[in-house]
Design a protein around this ligand. Sequence first.
Ligand SMILES: Nc1ncnc2c1ncn2[C@@H]1O[C@H](COP(=O)(O)OP(=O)(O)OP(=O)(O)O)[C@@H](O)[C@H]1O
Length: 236
Amino acid sequence: MPDLLELENVGAGYGETVVLESLSMKLAAGQALSILGRNGVGKTTLLNTILGLTTQHSGVIRYKGRDLGRTPSHERARAGLGLVTQERDIFPSLTVDENLRVALRAGEWDAAGVYALFPRLAERKKNMGNQLSGGEQQMLAIGRALIGNPDVLLLDEPFEGLAPVIVDGLVDAFRKLHQTGRMGIVLVEQHAELALELTERAIVLDRGQISWQGPSRELLGDPEQLARLIGLDMAA
Ligand SMILES: Nc1ncnc2c1ncn2[C@@H]1O[C@H](COP(=O)(O)OP(=O)(O)OP(=O)(O)O)[C@@H](O)[C@H]1O
């Protein structure tokens, strides 16, 4: 069986600006992968590149064995690549329920499934998108990606700026998704230890290139190397 997602020597950026250089990675079905690194090293750019939202200068991105080439981002989304951005992209004047249903794509996940995963969203069903707390917005953003029934879920710093109790709830949801699903998950995260605990493999980026990749467990068990790779302040 081919890997779900494979990048081979991918170079990408914004217009002529180069951000990522010769980056190669693989993601199998059911696998979760952390993308770690200091601020500005290209983590978001990597997710955007997979979704076709940047300028790809070189290399190949294969999804289910097929070269995505110049496939536009909306087609990549329709084919099963689901991105949850840091901005969350909630429609402010639609209700929670409407925000969810606009993204519906037939499959295992439906609104009932999302509400079961995030009961808090069920209670806010009729609230407008602009009447939600940060944590509720994040649940809705993830729920909206899920209801699109993606085969690959790309999460850009989903725990950023949220209260610890909310993070705990999202972490539980992440574990459920990972344990039960066949989805491949790519998790960009500043909280390195947490990300390493949640995933099997990790990639560390440094100035647009991979400075380390391997089993998450290995990096988790070597705090000195982790601190060297991503900085002391970010390792915890
Ligand atoms: N739209 C854009 N146009 C031009 N350059 C950009 C754009 N977005 C990001 N960059 C640049 O690309 C580089 C990588 O940014 P990116 O957001 O991918 O890093 P990051 O690792 O996700 O950072 P952070 O952890 O702060 O979110 C940075 O130098 C940034 O200034």
